[in-house]
Ligand binder design. Sequence first.
Ligand SMILES: [Mn+2]
Length: 495
Amino acid sequence: MQKHDLRSAIDSLKTFSDELIETDEEVSLDGELTGVYRYIGAWGTVQRPTRLGPAMIFNRIKGHPEARVLIGLLSSRQRIGRLLGIAPEKLGWALRDSVNNPIPPITVESDKALCQEVVHHATDPSFDLRKLVPTPVSTARDAGPYITLGMCYASHPETGVSDITIHRICIQGRDELSIFFSPGIRHIAAMATRANELGRPLPVSISIGVDPAIEIATCFEPPTTPFGYDELSIAGALRGQPVEMVKCLTVGERAIAHAEYVIEGEIMPGTLVQEDQNNNSGCSLPEFSGYTGLAYSACRLIKVKAVTHRKNPIMQTCMSPSDEYVSMVGIPNEACIIDMVERAMPGRLLNAYSSSSGGGEFMAVLQFKKSRDTDEGRQRQAALLAFAANAELKHVFLVDEDVDIFDANDVLWAMSTRYQGNVDTIFIPGVRCHPLDPSQSPEYSYMGYDRGVTCKTIFDCTVPFRLKEQFARSEFMEIDPRRFAPGLFPDEGKK
Ligand SMILES: [Mn+2]
């Protein structure tokens, strides 16, 4: 089934019995919706107990009679595979191919853009983001309602090159948003900085509720997608057709034409916002690390000019510590690692997994095949390349071809029987990584490192090539089990 927007993606999920549930029970956006979904299908680094489960649509939202809210669309690797028509274990490879064969977005006329079916201008005195966009507050400590799946699109004020990225966006007032740019390498941040130097606002569109190919492509980072690479071209390649965009009505930028909601606005020069200015909670929201982030004192301010949306819009949201974030960030990270290692040493890396345990960022499992004695040690070179591909990677686990990298038990089995701590651990201390891991802090390290500086570590759980024969797993007779238990294997093809 061809997916071109959120609704066609939802329809395609309805053809599976286990991927989507709906409820007509009224739900509050004030912590209740996320509290429910934690038990339904959040997974990832979310507080236990939680589970891997279906996506969920809430049909009745307290205070928002017109809207529905979808959560967890991408909160399962199997579901993403089904949405994109790709085997779940091959997603990293498919994304890597898409990066190398980009299809740029195109612009369609306004009358073909479903996102502009209904238009609200901020000049209208009754305009209020808090009423127009049903945005969850995920916990009582949050700074406010957060738009967690807003595709921010902006262009450089001088060169005109465009970029799309998901940022942490908090509703601050009737027509004001704060946007958090993590310090360093973010491309829209660089555009906003240049516009600020020129004393100009930077037009930005925030598209919410889009084709899932767009949501995953949006999460690519440099060096795989350097400054000037429009990540929407990756979505075009994944879909085999260009993403359709439309000119915004009130600012000089484009938005995703079939989005459920589009917020049009400008990142203002010379204005910084305290993220928790409305409640002084000191917190932002639960982050992918599984911990709540600190409120940032110097967010940029977006002055909103308009909200446009489809008729009966579907708000889409995610919980940052859920498997939705793991997949959206982790699968592009896998593509980056695969691309880097394949360029350097083709044919040896069998697969890569940015695991749930690390929130898709901190931990990767690399499956490496040693075929000759000169491959010994090359697996560690592959780990170094993985660190180069993803600056926020902290731990690399190296395993052999007979280990299931998606099964944490199997990876820890390899660590239990193919790893000696003093022989197979490689420390790379004092490298800048990610401040959202609380162990990457000056208080934690006796070395006195800055926040976000860490010891990157390689855990080499591969068998030394010369000892390979001594490490063969016990083999069982190869049998087709379906004859004996047909009900247990309904969907699996013959091996
Ligand atoms: Mn970029």
